[in-house]
Write a protein that binds this ligand. Sequence first.
Ligand SMILES: [Zn+2]
Length: 619
Amino acid sequence: MRRAAIFLLALASLLTAAGPPIELNVDASDVTRRLLHAKLTMPVAAGTTRLAYPKWIPGEHGPTGPVTDVADLKITGGGKTLTWRRDPVDLFVIAVDVPAGVSSIEVAFDFLLPPEAGGFSSGSSSTSQLAVISWNQLLMYPAGTPSDQLDFKTTLKVPRGWKYGTALPIARESGDTIEFQPASLTTVVDSPVLAGRNFRTIDLSPGASPPHYLNIAADSTGALQISDEKIAKYRNLVQETGALYGSRHYRDYHFLLTLSDHVAHFGLEHHESSDDRVAERTLIDDDFWRNSGDLLSHEMTHSWNGKFRRPAGLATPDYGSPMDGALLWVYEGLTQYLGEVLAARSGVWTAEDWRQNAAQTAASMDATPGRKWRPLADTATSAQLLYGDRADWSNLRRSVDFYPEGSLIWLEADTIIRRESRGQKSLDTFIQSFYGGPGGKPELETYTADDLYAALQAVQPYDWRGFFRQRVYEISDRAPMGGITGGGWRLVYRDKPTQLDKSSETAGKRVDVRYSLGLVLDEEGTIVDVMAGSPADRAGMSPAGKLLAVDGRQFSRDMIRAAIRDAKNDSSPIELLVKEADFYKTYRADCHTGERYPDLERVTSQPDLLSDIVKPRAR
Ligand SMILES: [Zn+2]
């Protein structure tokens, strides 16, 4: 079956390769005004042509293509303006009537870049100093044609003097215009460009093949001043991925790192690059560095887990076909685990940072009552809705928990393989067998859940199907702790925040007292969430409004912490004055636990597998 399918695909691409490519010219010289100008020239046949704007964006796992930001659309052919009409059901498709004798049309439109806004690549992507160019926002293609079968010849004009980085192979440059080598639509959409005024490129594997680059654009030149010590840690990351995976499925690799407080913050994976957007001071401030410590290792891991090996339901032929996210607990959950492990193996995180992160993850999943109604698998299937969910009552709804809880489950799988094989094998053994291969270029090999269980079984006989059924597909009152306990540690609560807690609060501008009083707030006191079953919940508080005063004094991080400490040895409740809309209300919360912050504690009667897991392998 597989062989036949490959043959048909190859034949189809030979047939279409005969036609001329679609030309795409993007003018980004107005990008600082949040305007991009796109012009496509494409071969067509006379009659009705249906053009699609990319809707389902790879890696975003949802219909997030920003079609509402397409403006000033003009289609011409044979020297005349052609009329177009939108499909009334699929709003990402337009129909154009092409007159007889016309063999090529020009499609021109502007793309309106959003101001400061959340979301993924459709969120804020530019400032006056930099821009991330996502090609899917700037093109249309013949609807229904597989993206592997369409060739694109692409150029990009950047603002005068700006530098850029991208994995899309370059044919030549002239002035501020870059001409790229012809590539399939799949490759073009998979290869964004990072451009900016303040720009730096760092070679992360000097003298080695394939090359790896850290391309950085920042809102200031000061933000580019990464220390040699931190550069060495990113170089370690490249080496550690080599030791873990054995082969690389790319020609070269580019981290496209955006340092700005005014773009949407997220990471988006590609075969040969990643679009990584973090706070401006991430490379020069240890709190921000620690808070984003696993981002680059997570996104790079996706080159293997997500891009090369991909759940069949997420390997869609074009950008109009819906995605099935049911196996995101592998695509994202295992990537979350490996990204965290690689952050520690490369030294970006210390082993202690990594354990503190595991404690945060385990505690937050354990304190999520939504787990009593919603199995983890449903958070994966519902991902396309849950990525955009609100933070209020998130612990009742559950969010994209397949990342953090997936990480706990894969940690447990790792400790099981180590235990059952008496230390001869580990999850690394499975990783090499499932994600290896000759490499050297981007490839796609899909898998099903059955393929995954069989591959694990081949590495270490175990009831893997039953293991994942219980943890992923069934509901459970408690978070999976077997990885932590099986690794020789246990989750405890201390009366002082960990270093990672402090960094998360500082970088995230949050005040997190969810394990004592039961509140997550922003620095100004706005109530982000109330933990169900907590003292704040029992006092009748809701995730709305702003906390103004604690025990009669103005709210601050220190003030609320002091009140929680004092209430430990006092039977009277903590008084919380909250402004909800234009109503003022006082709540009395009985909270006498003192401060509580999760951490891991060593259990010396068990072997310390957690420390083994994060030992560097490449050096
Ligand atoms: Zn991811």
